[in-house]
Design a binder for this molecule. Sequence first.
Ligand SMILES: COc1cc(COC(=O)c2cn[nH]c2)cc(-c2cccnc2)c1
Length: 244
Amino acid sequence: MRLDVLTIFPEYLAALDVSLVGKATQSGLLDVRLHDLRQWTNDRHRTVDDTPYGGGAGMVMKPEPWGEALDAVAPPDGPSQPRLIVPTPAGRPFTQALAYELAEEPWLAFACGRYEGIDARVAAYAGERMRVDEVSIGDYVLNGGEVAVLVMVEAVARLLPGVIGNPESLAEESHSGDGLLEYPVYTKPVSWRGHDVPEILLSGNHGKIAEWRHQQSISRTAERRPDLLAAWGAVLAEDEDADG
Ligand SMILES: COc1cc(COC(=O)c2cn[nH]c2)cc(-c2cccnc2)c1
């Protein structure tokens, strides 16, 4: 997979060279290219922002540098186009399902917005030749899209075959298995500062352990994410109807 990141703070993305993503890059599974948007400015101050039409606080990222950057990174007459991801509070939710979908893409490009955002015509222009997704990693406001890109790239890269050591561990994760939150995990020592590992996990009875873990997932989900449980309940009801 080729990954391009367009940003005015390329150094923010240095973290991509560490750990999982770093290994994937070294092994050739990932081809990560960072681009400083200011490379495509033409004035002495390398300006990337200006005041918003219609008034309002803050500044907006100018369209011209973005248009030239996109044309340089993904030439309009090129053999293929990337899928462009724009992290923004106004985006569709980034979910494990979307991470799996993005992991199938041969080429992703991420546009890191700063200030109050990017002139809306940039997404419209890019949309003339590539798929554009405005995506939110959560309901809060960051100063820029860079950390959101780090989140999304890690979530996607670890799904690529060969990137994560133990593929089985992917199946049991929260948000990727049965739609419930993951159960609590324990390791040695069996007793630690007055806290003991639940007996059932020491029993060797794998059926009962699986049942206990499932119950833990359900109670955790009910307590922390009732929204997921509602969705899960609906799926269960559907299955029961289907089973008659
Ligand atoms: C592209 O347009 C953007 C991008 C970002 C950075 O991303 C996030 O904050 C984010 C991504 N998932 N969840 C939050 C922030 C703003 C922004 C800033 C201040 C006021 N209003 C909007 C605009």
